[in-house]
Write a new protein. Structure first.
Length: 69
């Protein structure tokens, strides 16, 4: 309706360039975290560390890079 091309549709609707490092943001609030993880083989170990942290009553953030839809 506004005459804009679809090549600019991502502006204001996606979080990229630069990507947000959620693990660093969590650390800034004193929360344990790790990532960003882009290799799926590293997820199981990250989940184990996260679950152990949560069982101790501490929050834990795992920043995972996924493919966009």
């Amino acid at each position: 309706m506004r005459g804009r091309g679809t090549d600019r549709a991502h502006i204001g609707t996606t979080l990229r360039d630069p990507y947000i490092n959620y693990a660093k943001m969590a650390e800034g609030y004193g929360m344990a975290s790790e990532g960003p993880i882009s290799d799926p083989t590293q997820l199981a170990a990250a989940y184990r560390r996260g679950i152990a942290s949560v069982k101790r009553g501490e929050p834990y953030l795992i920043d995972v890079i996924t493919q966009p839809r």
